[in-house]
Design a protein around this ligand. Structure first.
Ligand SMILES: Cc1ncc(COP(=O)(O)O)c(C=O)c1O
Length: 414
């Protein structure tokens, strides 16, 4: 049989046994425990799971194994071209498990900024006993130490949409595993394992669920790494709830359609923002300025659904624009059917030291937009309205400002 196309895998993966079960929708198994019957052989079942191995006969306890979650894991692995995938209760729980699993190989991590603020904080805080060297993606080899256990990167990066050449970093890392957070790309637009990464991580809370109503995280990787991640998950308890597993699995079926349609809107908005006089800079991989190394087409199958833009007036201007919007929702998170806008310096990247933030290109005037499935013309009308109101306010403020100490009598001041 020919290799199934991506869209077909998105619809059918993890559902192979449904016909035999005589059902159309995957069953949700909410059991926290499973009757063990006789004790003969149950110890071996337990040991196999506790060592991160596959299910023998009995799941025993929901922290060790859940069949509904496994369906989502199998489907996601099929979309990433991975041997296996391991799901967690959130993207941060997934990252924590990767860091703890890698920690066994050394305490040093090399990472490239920017990354999601929570990731930056977890790496930089020392909470997990790690030492991190932040470096430019072209200088990864110089940052490696004998105790380096992992290289961490995010592409496209949150929130600057900077793209990193994964294969180039992998070549520099040599034997050291590279973890790619590919949340912004989704498996529709990028498969980091095909470029040599050892692990690919998604905050499933975003596009995989796709409707802003489920939290989760997942790592797609080799069978050996997956076993280590399951061991950590069993020990630390960062499991995905089966109802969330069901919803994430369902989300995968429409993922290609949602991502491609939202991407169309993002390209449209990025082009308009880039030529609007109130906007000092626009970041989007679908603009020539956003892809200096030509990675769209080579590494990514499209520029994606997120963009950022900058207002010269800093936080104050960003706040005024956010307040004026009627259709775009001012909120963190991304990848939902509706369009969300947020101010990274105040919210998602607030935990990052201001100097590091600025150095990685996250300015006070930056707003990040996650484009949803609305009519792009409606989104642009809302944005344009807010930007023009800002321009009018700025002009009025300039007129009101006293010139060389003189006041403007026409404005009723004495
Ligand atoms: C790129 C990226 N990675 C990881 C995370 C963390 O995921 P979660 O919020 O599901 O823990 C986020 C959250 O915004 C993110 O944007």
């Amino acid at each position: 049989m020919r290799k199934l196309g991506f869209e077909t895998r998105a619809v059918h993966s993890g559902r192979e046994d449904l016909t035999d079960l005589g059902v159309h929708a995957p069953p949700i198994d909410l059991s926290t425990t499973y009757p063990v019957g006789s004790l003969g052989g149950i110890g071996e079942c337990f040991d196999a799971l506790a060592q991160g191995g596959p299910l023998r006969d009995n799941p025993i306890y929901a922290r060790l194994h859940n069949p509904t979650v496994v369906r989502f894991e199998k489907a996601l692995a099929a979309l990433e071209g991975a041997e296996e995938a391991v799901a967690f209760g959130s993207g941060m729980a997934a990252l924590t498990a990767v860091l703890l699993a890698a920690r066994q190989g050394g305490k040093h991590v090399v990472a490239c900024r920017p990354v999601y603020g929570g990731t930056d904080h977890l790496l930089d805080s020392g909470l997990l006993g790690l030492e991190v060297t932040w470096t430019h993606p072209h200088h990864v080899s110089k940052a490696l130490r004998p105790d380096t256990a992992l290289v961490v990167l995010e592409t496209p990066a949150n929130p600057t949409l900077a793209l990193i050449d994964i294969a180039r970093v992998v070549a520099q890392a040599g034997d050291i595993p590279v973890l790619v957070d590919s949340t912004f790309a989704t498996p529709v637009l990028q498969n980091p394992l095909a470029h040599g990464a050892a692990m690919v991580l998604h905050s499933a809370t975003k596009f995989l669920g796709g409707h802003g109503d489920v939290m989760g995280g997942v790592v797609a990787t080799s069978a050996a790494w997956a076993a280590r991640l399951r061991q950590v998950r069993i020990a630390t308890g960062g499991v995905l709830h089966p109802e969330a597993g069901y919803m994430l699995h369902r989300g995968l079926a429409t993922l290609p359609v949602r991502v491609r349609e939202a991407q169309r809107g993002a390209q449209f908005l990025a082009e308009r923002l880039a030529s609007h006089p109130a906007v000092s800079r626009t970041w989007y991989p679908g603009l020539a300025s956003g892809d200096p190394e030509g990675l769209v087409g080579r590494q990514m199958r499209g520029p994606g659904c997120l963009l950022s833009f900058e207002l010269a007036g800093g936080t104050k201007a960003a706040a005024r624009v956010m307040e004026r919007l009627e259709l775009l929702t001012p909120a963190v998170s991304l990848g939902s059917v509706d369009t969300l806008i947020q101010h990274p310096a105040s919210l998602t990247h607030r935990v990052v030291d201001a100097t590091d933030r600025e150095a990685s290109g996250i300015s006070e005037g930056m707003l990040r937009v996650s484009v949803g499935l609305e009519n792009p013309e409606d989104l642009w009308a809302d944005l344009q309205n807010a930007l023009e109101a800002l321009q009018r306010e700025e002009i009025a403020a300039r007129v009101e400002k006293p010139l060389f100490g003189l006041t403007n009598p026409g404005l009723g001041r004495s």
